[in-house]
Design a protein around this ligand. Structure first.
Ligand code: ZN
Length: 246
């Protein structure tokens, strides 16, 4: 109800995606590579190293990747409504759905929720004020609500242009030295779970992972990247099923 009012006031045309809608559910976990987050077809991820052929030669900054789907269709509308129309209820709902996925992964790896922390990908203060929402913080609160994992905003960011305004090849440089650590106690987590809306080039997640790795030092803690959506690389299996339905 509140969400509907909020939606009407904001004039968004997107419906609230809850993950229980009959026409939208997050894609199954095995539709994407658990290492890099790219969409994969059946059997493309090796059970030995958990990698697909695309990321096997890459050095990844994180240990595990979780996503709800491709950045397309209703999911893209919902992310845009959260980010550009400050639709908090939508951000919370997407976060809650992502939280269930995070919880599944923690359970699968025998890590209790209290032994993990959530870290929202930070946004520069000025931009947050201009936009009226810190979307990754809103998502992270949703993730916390369903996963029970503690939220520790241990990163902050200064300056730099919004990544979407920078050509992909320059995004890493745009971020260099812009992600900093805040003086907070993180304890000794077994998993640090980054939360963001969309992965495009991965430059932001790499910069954040690098900063966190520096704090973890010799610890065996894993860094996970969790996002609502990953920008268009093909999800062959989904595409095949859609064409089979048609
Ligand atoms: Zn991969």
């Amino acid at each position: 109800m509140l969400a509907q009012i909020e939606s009407a006031l904001l004039g968004t045309r997107a419906r609230l995606l809850t993950g229980r809608d009959s026409r939208w559910v997050p894609e199954p976990a095995d539709f994407s590579c658990p290492s890099c987050g790219r969409g994969v077809g059946e059997g493309e991820v090796s059970p030995e190293d958990g990698r697909c052929s695309s990321c096997r030669p890459e050095k990844l900054a994180w240990d595990r990747f979780i996503r709800l789907g491709d950045f397309a269709g209703q999911l893209r509308e919902a992310v845009h409504a959260t980010k550009y129309e400050s639709w908090r209820a939508q951000g919370m709902q997407l976060g809650r759905v992502l939280g269930y996925r995070v919880l599944d992964e923690l359970r699968a790896r025998g890590i209790p929720p209290e032994a993990a922390i959530l870290v929202p990908v930070p946004m520069p203060t000025l931009r947050r004020l201009g936009r009226g929402i810190d979307h990754s913080m809103v998502l992270a609160r949703g993730v916390r609500a369903t996963s029970g994992v503690r939220l520790v905003p241990m990163l902050r960011r200064s300056g730099g242009k919004p990544q979407v305004e920078v050509v992909p090849s320059l995004r890493a440089a745009n971020l260099r030295n812009k992600v900093r650590l805040r003086q907070v106690s993180i304890g000794s987590p077994q998993a640090v779970v980054l939360v963001d809306d969309v992965k495009t080039t991965g430059a932001t997640l790499r910069a954040c992972s690098g900063a966190i790795r520096g704090v973890l030092g010799e610890s065996k803690a894993e860094i996970w990247a969790s996002v609502v959506a990953v920008t268009a690389e093909r999800n062959r299996r989904a595409r095949r099923e859609i064409s089979a339905e048609a």
